[in-house]
Design a protein around this ligand. Structure first.
Ligand SMILES: CC(C)(COP(=O)(O)OP(=O)(O)OC[C@H]1O[C@@H](n2cnc3c(N)ncnc32)[C@H](O)[C@@H]1OP(=O)(O)O)[C@@H](O)C(=O)NCCC(=O)NCCS
Length: 154
């Protein structure tokens, strides 16, 4: 199977925080952000492998700054690593206050998706063609995470 470039599946999504997305303090409800992150992560993984995928795990999710009602949430995600059937995806979330134009980094998430066939069994995915130093660095870091996880499971 031919390897694919990171740029072929990299995706961007934007959301406006509405009252229905907010908690009682008019901040974005954390579960809603997880929903948005998993949605873009799923799109990225599907674009990479052109197959159905399931979320296998959320390796890390750090809420770094409060997101308020009316803020613009911008998500940028890409594939860090591929195994035989799995893909590690990273999603970076920035938030913009449309009144001031101020932008800040709000969240970083790392998730693993597995491609599945019609019977729900894991199926092979294309490899990743690394073209930049940043992509190579992310691949190495993801490989360490995968190995560490596998050694914990043994
Ligand atoms: C994810 C799933 C398909 C893996 O199936 P499995 O038969 O256990 O698969 P295997 O043990 O052969 O592993 C297949 C791949 O998944 C990866 N994997 C399995 N469980 C994982 C986990 N919890 N975290 C990260 N990767 C995982 C393995 O490392 C392997 O990767 P590789 O092929 O790239 O080396 C299966 O556990 C599943 O369907 N889980 C439910 C998923 C789901 O419903 N998600 C939505 C949650 S609401």
């Amino acid at each position: 199977m031919e390897a694919k470039k990171v740029s072929q599946s990299r995706s961007i999504a934007t959301q406006l925080v509405l009252p229905r997305d907010s908690n009682s303090r008019w901040g974005l409800y954390g579960g809603k952000l997880v929903d948005w992150i998993d949605s873009i992560g799923t799109v990225i993984a599907m674009r990479h492998c052109n197959k159905r995928v399931v979320t296998a795990s959320i390796e890390s999710l750090n809420f770094l700054s409060r997101i308020n009602l009316g803020d613009i949430v911008m998500m940028d995600g890409w594939v860090n690593h591929t195994g035989n059937t799995s893909m590690e995806v990273e999603v970076k979330v920035d938030v913009e206050d449309w009144k001031t134009g101020e932008k800040r980094h709000a969240c970083n998430a790392i998730l693993t998706y597995v491609a599945i066939d019609d019977n729900g069994k894991p199926i092979e995915v294309p490899g990743l063609e690394l073209t930049t130093d940043a992509e190579k660095k992310r691949w190495r870091a993801a490989e360490k995470r995968k190995k560490a996880k596998e050694s914990c499971e043994e």
